[in-house]
Design a protein around this ligand. Structure first.
Ligand SMILES: NC(=O)c1ccc[n+]([C@@H]2O[C@H](COP(=O)([O-])OP(=O)(O)OC[C@H]3O[C@@H](n4cnc5c(N)ncnc54)[C@H](O)[C@@H]3O)[C@@H](O)[C@H]2O)c1
Ligand SMILES: [Fe+2]
Length: 436
């Protein structure tokens, strides 16, 4: 699928091109030891190291701290990142960043940590009322006015790809749903992706983040093609997420191939270094891909599920607060979506199924949604995912509330390959109640 593929044919009002952003990244076992040299190379003398409470006392943060100390980079630690951040937790992190008086940032953690660091860097560098930069129509949607300070992102989970994106996601308490801040300026300057970190990952975190990665790749390939995106801003104002494009296609296909081969193995065996390393790389590829292509329905619908679930706990995540891991909320809305969107682009859905390792014998374009949906269900079963939204306590009588929760997500929902209204959203949630 090249740039001139018919899927990307220009139409009247098409933008003249698409823009790709990504960090300078280093991938390989042991590269966390390069944090200090990278900080010096960026001219940093004093950095704020962001992490979460659990990781703060662990070996990965210790490695990065040692590397910074060896390079004589003064380091101040912020370990109060909330797992699944909120507007309140981001504001607290921003206050810390403003007072820390640093010339750069290092984040060591999963998506929660890297996203919190991006937001803290933004508000400390360009102070503004919190809602100013939050996606419109929920927030002001104002452009980030200039560069932020250098940020070295060190992911410790294998799924979000946040080390490669200009996206910071959080739950807005007043809305009880997730939203975000998006700007190419928020892409970390440098990403150090060290698959050694995966050996301490609980299997549930590998499963949830792995499905997040899978969905980033699937949504990139099946998004509305960039010449037909609805946001008309052009040039430097071009949105970060522009729709399916040939660069994202290639990376996402490679990520899906790895997810199909290695996710189940990576979940099942913490000592399977090959599988866990491949998932770490797949997360990076899918992160670069979806940053430019954008997510659509599975993510848009997941935000309502995360906001409305009560009393849900998963081993490997912090005790004491109800929490649906992001990737779990996303995968629960996968098979139902693929069955619905496949007729819009059957070749692309079939291509995704093939990359994921689905049984393709005799499959025709008419079967695309079913083949892809069934392959995802097969992997959900093999990794202990819940059987649909019913398992989280949702039923027919919650469908209306779920649809209302998803409506503020039209920014991503409009990136879907088909037009979606409230009735379709309700049907999609209904179809996600139970899968087997
Ligand atoms: N910015 C983006 O582009 C983007 C993309 C996808 C998701 N997200 C966001 O990222 C957040 C989720 O991030 P996540 O899924 O990476 O998980 P997380 O950061 O929320 O961490 C989950 C749990 O895993 C633990 N953990 C992390 N690394 C570990 C390790 N190596 N060993 C042992 N335990 C470890 C954490 O302490 C925590 O308890 C959500 O808020 C989601 O919306 C952001
Ligand atoms: Fe995600």
């Amino acid at each position: 699928m090249g740039c001139c593929h018919a899927d990307f044919a220009q139409v009247e009002e098409s933008d003249r091109g698409f823009t790709l952003g990504m960090p300078t990244f280093t991938f390989g076992a042991g590269v966390l030891a390069e944090a200090g040299d990278n900080a010096v190379d960026l001219g940093l003398k004093r950095v704020a190291l962001f992490t979460d409470r659990k990781l703060a006392t662990g070996e990965h943060v210790a490695k990065v701290k040692a590397s910074l100390a060896a390079a004589h980079v003064d380091t101040i630690i912020y370990d109060e990142v909330a797992i699944e951040p909120t507007d309140a937790s981001l504001k607290q992190a921003a206050r810390f960043a403003r007072e820390a008086n640093v010339d750069g940032y290092v984040s060591v953690g999963g998506g929660s940590v890297m996203d919190t660091c991006k937001a803290a860097n933004l508000y400390a560098t360009h102070p503004a009322d919190f809602m100013t930069y939050v996606n419109a129509p929920i927030g002001g949607g104002q452009r980030v006015p200039g560069p932020v300070k250098p940020h070295i992102g060190c992911p410790t989970t294998s799924g979000t790809g946040s080390e490669a994106t200009g996206i910071a996601i959080f739950t807005l308490a007043s809305l009880n749903a997730k939203t975000g801040i998006i700007s190419r300026r928020l892409i970390p300057t440098i990403a150090l992706i060290d698959p050694d970190v995966t050996k301490t990952l609980p299997s549930n975190v590998v499963a949830a983040t792995g499905f997040d990665c899978m969905s980033h790749a699937l949504e990139s390939i099946t998004a509305r093609a960039w010449p037909r995106r609805l946001n008309p801003a052009k040039g430097v104002g071009r949105p970060v997420s522009q729709g399916a494009n040939s660069f994202s296609d290639a990376l996402a296909a490679q990520a899906l191939d790895a997810v199909g081969k290695y996710l189940v193995r990576a979940v099942g065996d913490a000592s399977d270094v090959e599988a866990r390393t491949e998932m770490m790389y797949a997360a990076l590829l899918a992160g670069i891909a979806f940053n430019a292509a954008g997510c659509h329905l599975p993510h848009g619908l997941s935000y309502a599920v995360s906001g409305l679930t009560r009393d849900w706990h998963v081993a490997g995540y912090p005790d004491g607060k109800s929490l649906v891991p992001h990737g779990m909320a996303v995968v629960l809305n996968n098979p139902s979506v693929w069955r619905h969107t496949a007729p819009a682009h059957p070749e692309r859905h079939l291509h995704c199924a093939r990359c994921l390792g689905a049984e393709m014998r005799g499959a025709t374009l008419d079967d695309a949604g079913e083949v892809l949906g069934s392959r995802v269900i097969e992997m959900m079963k093999a990794t202990g995912m819940p059987n649909g939204l019913t398992a989280l306590g949702f039923g027919e009588k919650e469908i209306d509330a779920l649809a209302t929760g998803a409506e503020p997500q039209y920014r991503v929902i409009k990136n879907a390959p088909v037009d979606i209204g409230r009735d379709e959203i309700k049907s999609l949630f209904r179809a996600a109640l139970r899968y087997w």
